[in-house]
Design a protein around this ligand. Sequence first.
Ligand code: FEO
Length: 392
Amino acid sequence: MNTTEIKPDIYWVGGIDWDIRNFHGYLTQRGTTYNAYLILDEKVVLVDTVKHYLFDEMLARIKEIIDPSKIDFVLSNHVEMDHSGSIPKILEFAKNAKVITSTKGEKGLSRHFKKDWDFHVVKSGDTLNIGKRTLHFVHTPMVHWPDSMVTYIPEDKLLLPNDGFGQHIATSERFDDEIGWEILREEAGKYYANIVLPFGDQVKKAIEALSGLKIDMIAPSHGIIWRSFIPKILEEYTKWANHKTDNKALIVYDSMWGSTEKMAYKLMEGLIEEKIHTTVRCLKTNHISDVMTDVLTSKMILIGSPTLNNGVLPSVGGFLTYIKGLRPRNRKGFSFGSYGWSGQAVGEIEKVMKELKWELPIEGKKIDYIPDDDELMKVKELGSELGKRMET
Ligand code: FEO
């Protein structure tokens, strides 16, 4: 089993989930990793664990370095099972280990595992000396769970932020410069859009809390470890946390008999005529987690659905539910769709956009039955009009 020494006496001992494609509904087309780190000092600390089915892989890595019974502390930065799922198993080997966690972490782990573990509960700002190093704990509630915290090791200028700065990528490489910025930006963006997006205010606070620290390595719990692109990823996180977007349009739609699709493409033509970078995503062929990656950077979101049973198509309804939960702010919205009887879909979409407090520069457009050439020309004009409103 390959281990990687990321800093002197600090090892990556995680697991690689090469084939996972559905991570609680998020399409992980590149797989993922669960990163656990082993710190060798006067006290031995295992930082987080892996999903239960990769326990043997983690254990084999640990065994290459030390006898697991020598682990003094298992540090749980976050309760969710992709990181704490192997705690019960490792504690069978490290029988005397204490579990370091936050107050909410203790509650969550106790509720989940129903075990009477020896907890060492830490508050935000607490430290723990383990020999040459001192672990600093900073609670980062709602980034992205109430129990979430990060651990900082000043002697190594190392930040262990758990889910923060993660990306779902399964790779044999461990460091950012071994993969390249473009892929990482895309995957870190997708991760942020689908996991962290609702918590921008908390992310800003966390970045602020960490801003005074000397950090030359960020080792998250998913994907690669940042060492060369730290300023770039911090810049992106700051932009995302502030809901800053580019002057781009995203058209998301589904269609029953092709009329709403015709409208989508005419809107696209109008936007492109105004030199607006435009992306079109049909929900029949695009996964909602990929569409969210486009939402992250797009200022204008156009959503289209025909009316079915007095509402939107189920695919559009699913997307609206998803985006409502992820709460992107500071967007401009527009809704459109065809209908045969009553045409409620456009209003349903607008309702969600209003709930998200998006600006609606022009009223949504519904067309009964099949749009003719004149109507399609008018839809194109609406696209142009939206393009003109992009920056106003
Ligand atoms: Fe990667 Fe919130 O678990």
